[in-house]
Design a binder for this molecule. Structure first.
Ligand SMILES: [Zn+2]
Length: 375
């Protein structure tokens, strides 16, 4: 009898472990935003208290932008003037049991873009000018990759985050978001800089023709070796992610990794996510805990959810989750409050909202966010 009871108990334990569903109520917090500075000044404890009251589980905070680190850094060339505020915020979150997730952009960096012209991404017409508005850096350069990996390591050691949110891990996609067929049709293909062309020809074992212009070479590649080109792009992005994963987990094996990806289904826009961004969730999956969908396109919840489900299908039997982001800045305040409430309910188990500063400015949203989702 005793043995049976033990077996039942063990079974029950196993079942609870399997069905354990980690709830995510995430929010982006940008300490630089004037709303945040005005409301809290340097009182990071007060900010953390309010986040706790809103039942927030994950706080996503940018820890660097361009050449500037928001923490005491030896790797980045510049430091933010409020040097230790982010550190204080990090500790305040830890004391309240809220996960601190450090957001790090990879291939977007205006400081490097200005100071190292050779790293500017090149489009299929051989031009670097299109990448300027995005400050888009070529994803192939090994020394830039190493610089970013060292920055990630430094963040791991100094801020000891519960999670790392990798952003802009992509070949440049020219519109900040791509919401219509027309915009997608006009978006440029990257990167055709000399380093990338050499890397591609070595990867695909293809000798490039000696044409008179860069644009002709690029056209030749896209006409004849489009699939190999896409494979090389996704391989480049995945290889970086594998390295980042190793570096992160060598410091903290428990640290969760989030990656923001283009919110498109696999076949949408002629495999646009892979073709343009170089993001293949299948090959990325072993190195990622949560894929994050973030867009400034207005997508109804049901459609957004079908994209989420389609990504999960692509991911098949992996443990990776797909979490949608509600982007408040997109909607006009009046009609959108009900939509916001609906979205929070619709994605109630795992959702991220951008951002806290916007809600402070528009308190009705904050009130909805504090009370929803009801599970
Ligand atoms: Zn390149």
């Amino acid at each position: 009898m005793k043995i049976v009871r033990y077996i039942l108990f063990a079974l029950l334990l196993a079942m609870t472990a399997c069905s354990r569903f980690e709830q995510v109520k995430g929010v982006h917090v940008l300490l630089q935003k004037s709303e945040i500075r005005q409301r809290y000044g340097g009182e990071m404890g007060a900010l953390a208290d309010e986040l706790k009251e809103a039942n927030v589980t994950h706080v996503i905070v940018p820890v660097m932008e361009d050449g500037t680190a928001y923490y005491p850094s030896d790797v980045l060339p510049q430091r933010w003037e409020y040097g230790t505020e982010l550190l204080a915020f990090r500790h305040a979150l830890r004391r309240r049991n809220i996960n601190f997730v450090a957001q790090i952009p990879i291939f977007q960096d205006s400081y490097t873009y200005r100071s190292q012209p050779a790293l500017r991404a090149v489009n299929e017409f051989g031009s670097r000018s299109g990448s300027e508005t995005l400050s888009a850096i070529c994803p192939t350069d090994q020394s830039y990759q190493e610089y970013k990996l060292q920055a990630i390591e430094e963040v791991m050691l100094i801020l000891q985050p519960d999670g790392i949110y990798i952003d802009k891990l992509s070949f440049p996609v020219e519109q900040s978001d791509i919401c219509t067929d027309i915009l997608v049709a006009h978006s440029r293909n990257y990167c055709f800089c000399p380093t990338c062309l050499t890397s591609f020809s070595e990867h695909a074992l293809i000798e490039l023709p000696k044409t008179s212009s860069v644009a002709e070479t690029n056209e030749w590649v896209l006409d004849n070796y489009k699939n190999a080109w896409i494979q090389w792009k996704t391989g480049t992005i995945t290889a970086f992610m594998e390295k980042a994963n190793k570096r992160i987990h060598s410091i903290d094996p428990e640290c969760k990794i989030m990656l923001s990806v283009l919110p498109w289904k696999e076949d949408e826009y002629n495999k646009g996510r892979q073709r343009l961004a170089g993001q293949d969730v299948k090959t990325l999956a072993p190195f990622i805990d949560n894929f994050i969908l973030k867009t400034s396109c207005q997508i109804p919840d049901e459609n957004f959810d079908s994209i989420r489900l389609s990504l999960l299908e692509e991911l098949e039997n992996t443990d990776a989750k797909v979490i949608p982001t509600i982007q408040l800045e997109v909607d006009s305040p009046h009609e959108a409050e009900k939509d916001f409430q609906h979205s929070l309910q619709y994605f109630r188990h795992q959702v991220i909202v951008s951002d806290w500063g916007y809600m402070l400015k528009n308190r009705r949203y904050l009130n909805i966010f504090i009370t929803e989702p009801i599970i």
